[in-house]
Design a protein around this ligand. Sequence first.
Ligand SMILES: [Zn+2]
Length: 490
Amino acid sequence: MLSAKRNSVAKRYSILRLVALLAAGVLCAGCQGAHREAREGRAGPQPASGRGPNLVICVIDAARADHVGCCGYPRETTPNIARLAEEGLVFRNHHCQYPATRMSTACLFTSQFVDTHLMGGMWKQAEPSFTMPVGLKAAGFQTALFSSNILASPEVGVGCAFDEAYYGDELAPGGSSIHRRPEALLGKFEEWLAERSGSRFFAYLHFLPPHAPYVQPDEMTELFAGDTPPGYRREKYGHGKWEFPAQYYVPKRDPPALPGWINLYDANLRWGDWAVGEVERLLRGAGVFENTLFIVTADHGEAFGEHGYVWHSWGIYDDVTRIPLVMRLPGGSGEPRSFDALTQTIDLLPTVYDLFGISYPADEIQGRSLLPLLEGLTEQINDYTFIRSNQPPKYMVRGERYSLVLFENPEWRGLYDLRNDPEQRVNILAEEPERAAELFAAFETYARAQRQPPHEFLGEGVETRPRAEREKIELTPQLERELRALGYLD
Ligand SMILES: [Zn+2]
């Protein structure tokens, strides 16, 4: 007991010391002044500061947490992420706010729910004035976005505030599929990194694997081919599909047959993990890895037919919402630490800013800093997280113990006890209506606070705030080609 307590105190001291070190590198008077000026609208171009740690965020597209080793998957899909986790912080109950690339990436950059940032459809919505790169730029960071998925790029209105953005033909010209491979992104990042000597930087790297199509190197395909995926049970997939057909959007492209689909996905995830390992190698080669806050996460998961949904974008259960989050603090944390507290994509922005000691406009963001969790001051940050998807509109109110899935049609709604039913298969709404009412009350509070509250779930008399300017997205040849390759057009 005594040693456990001493251990806990040591961990807390370790985090506090690291936070203090991070802040010491950032909280120079010039940076604070620059940020204050940025918030007051007076900031001009700021000189890049060589002091303090860098920030690198790697996103592996469509990685579901329960297929990642440090989140409990027994297969060796993610050895590089596992190694980072050995020296880092693992968040085991982390969720996106929308299970599709564009909306979710917008949540990460804005720290706003989808019903507030309003990114979606064929409209290019103006980003809020404050996004992830904005305050970092004002504090002296050079910022760049690299994306193998055009749906996470300024082409569709996401990440417009970065100093530089590389995606599509910028990664590998010629319209071939090469630019979607991690090697193209890594090559551009390596070039960019070579020019950053002495400058602080924030690099956002969005890798396509494990998003379909699964075209990883053969040796990775062969890793799991022919095996039975861990925990595979045929009855787990396709559950519920024919009970309420109207609640399902049926995608035009068929997925591969099970269980081979899961083997292909796992092989492709291994490729995404390889890319993360290469980023680490490049940073180490440049001598900056130990001075970098290194974050690995995903934009959403992937459904293999659980609850009747396949792919992502349309589902609403944990298979598409629960994603990995691993953070390695500069210099490493000394020992692995994992957290079971409920965390979400929009929490990243305030957490990063708090770790760096940079202020942010708290009234413009909706996420919560995870710093009190890291410091051991609390064991819980969020009572619930709220996730939306469309076709038709639906929400999940996700608590630590229970989840409530909401459709406009009350007959399709479901309440699940995650402790006894982690796969969310047994609807207990009829048995526990008071519990469902409790979660719905939390949803109402959330929904009424959004810029465009979902009236169809709330009824009349709810205030809607005006939306920012938006313009129709132009379907350029490049965008059309990319959407077709990713399976979003016929
Ligand atoms: Zn995605």
